[in-house]
Every structure is written in structure tokens, then in C-alpha cells.
Ligand binder design. Structure first.
Ligand code: PEP
Length: 252
């Protein structure tokens, strides 16, 4: 059965000592929270992964990376492989974030390759999809999302598909303070779940958590998470403050 998930994406923020303070504060806040009904994931930048995996040993959260190479190993300067992440006890990895699609020109094909490498190492991919404002205003958002899902992840077997998480992140809502309404988000989440039903089965679709991302905060999280097909959130800005992040975790 699909799990409720709240994942914090720190992006390229915090120096080492700030990262240390943040993870300690998250640990302190989490100590007073019942997390039976929700999986909490912290996704720091690569250099802080060890700090965060060490902290996770005494606390109730999982660790995610923000990216992975679409190659196995070799002469790819600056890249980090799925086997390296696995050796660091990373549980999840974000792939296909709109910032990577935009600034690093990641294609659906690259994303599919990354997902294969993560699955091979038992790391759960959190695949991001989402439309731009222009695409929504032109009424193309369903087609854009269908293509991202079909080309990014639908090559997987049913068994592997059930191990994945999808995050719907409308680009116009990321870091803008402009959240999708719960109805807008639910409509797309239901659309994605239905794509999974059509491609695989209802049983598979019921195993895949679909998260909402885009200016999710302690004020709007409860409303968003109350919707039938919204299984939690991928949180950017609000994950950089332990109190706000844990408030979102408590929204379930
Ligand atoms: C994100 O980038 O994944 C994100 C959801 O950012 P924010 O919460 O800051 O909009």
C-alpha cells in the first residue's frame, strides 16, 4: 500500500556547520513526533550525505540524494554513481527535478537511465514531473506530464514500478510562493495514477506514492495532503527550517 511521505530537498543550500545544525534540529523535532504514518526523507547535497546518514541511525528518517549519474562508472568527471550512493546507505534519490531538466538539460531518456541504475542498487527513485506556466496556460499540461511519465519510467516492469515514487511539481509553483490549489494538484495526481492503472494495473497504482511539490509549507500542507491521490510532499524552501519541515510532517 502506498506510503505517506514528506521529503526535504535542501538543494544547494547550507554550509557544513549550518547543515549540521539543521540535521540536529530535525532530529530533535522528530523525537517528539509519531512517524508511524509517514516516511520522512532528508535529501542534502552530496558532501553532507555522510553527516545525514550518520544522524539517521539514531532517528526516524531516511536519506535521499538529489541526483545520480546516468552512467555506471568511469571517466565522467564530477558525477556520482548509484553504486557510490548505495555504499553510503542512501535510500532514495530525486531524479528529473525541473531545475536539472532546465539548467543541466536532462532529458526523459537520461532520467530513464538514472532510474534503471537506482533500481539496480535498491535505491528508490523519486521521479519529478511538472509543467511550465506556459504549458498550463496553453492547456498542454496533461500531454507534458504524460510524456514525462511514459518516457521516464514506464519502461520498468510492474515489480520495479511499485518501488518508485513520483513527485508532481508544477514549475510555476516551485520557489515562487504560488502553490497549486488542492484541486489542481489532485487533478494531476489522479491523472498520473490513472496512467499507471492503464499501463500496469490498479494494484500497481495503489503502491506508488505520488507527492506534491511547489511552495508547500506548514500552512497549506494539511489541505493538500487531505486529497485522495496526494500522498505527501517534496519540500524545497520549507525543508531548510526544521520547525517548518516537521510541522509539514505533522500535517498527516
Ligand atoms: C522543489 O524544488 O522540489 C520544491 C518543491 O521547492 P519549493 O518547496 O521551494 O517550492
Amino acid at each position: 500500500m502506498r506510503r505517506n511521505i514528506v521529503a526535504g530537498n535542501w538543494k544547494m543550500n547550507k554550509n557544513f556547520s549550518e547543515a549540521d545544525d539543521l540535521i540536529c534540529a530535525i532530529q530533535d523535532e522528530l523525537a517528539n513526533v509519531d512517524v508511524c504514518d509517514v516516511d520522512v526523507i532528508v535529501c542534502p547535497p552530496y558532501p553532507y550525505l555522510e553527516l545525514v546518514t550518520d544522524a539517521s541511525e539514531d532517528s526516524d528518517f531516511y536519506v535521499g540524494a538529489q541526483n545520480v549519474a546516468h552512467f555506471d562508472d568511469g571517466a565522467y568527471t564530477g558525477e556520482v554513481s548509484a553504486s557510490m550512493l548505495s555504499a553510503m546507505d542512501v535510500d532514495y534519490c530525486i531524479v528529473g527535478h525541473s531545475e536539472r531538466r532546465k539548467y543541466f538539460h536532462e532529458t526523459n531518456k537520461d532520467i530513464a537511465e538514472k532510474i534503471n541504475r537506482l533500481i539496480a542498487r535498491d535505491i528508490t527513485p523519486i521521479m519529478c514531473v511538472g509543467e511550465s506556466l506556459e504549458e498550463r496556460e496553453n492547456g498542454n499540461h496533461f500531454d507534458v506530464i504524460r510524456k514525462q511519465v511514459e518516457e521516464g519510467i514506464f519502461h520498468l516492469s510492474a515489480e520495479d514500478m511499485q518501488r518508485c515514487v513520483i513527485a508532481y511539481e508544477p514549475i510555476w509553483a516551485i520557489g515562487t510562493g504560488k502553490t497549486a490549489s488542492k484541486e489542481q494538484a489532485q487533478e494531476i495526481h489522479a491523472f498520473i495514477r490513472n496512467l499507471i492503472v492503464e499501463k500496469y494495473s490498479d494494484d500497481v497504482a495503489q503502491e506508488v506514492s505520488i507527492l506534491y511539490g511547489g511552495s508547500c509549507n506548514p500552512k497549506n500542507a494539511k489541505d493538500l495532503f487531505s486529497m485522495q491521490d496526494i500522498d505527501g510532499g517534496l519540500i524545497g524552501g520549507a525543508s531548510l527550517k526544521a520547525e517548518d519541515f516537521i510541522q509539514i510532517v505533522k500535517s498527516f
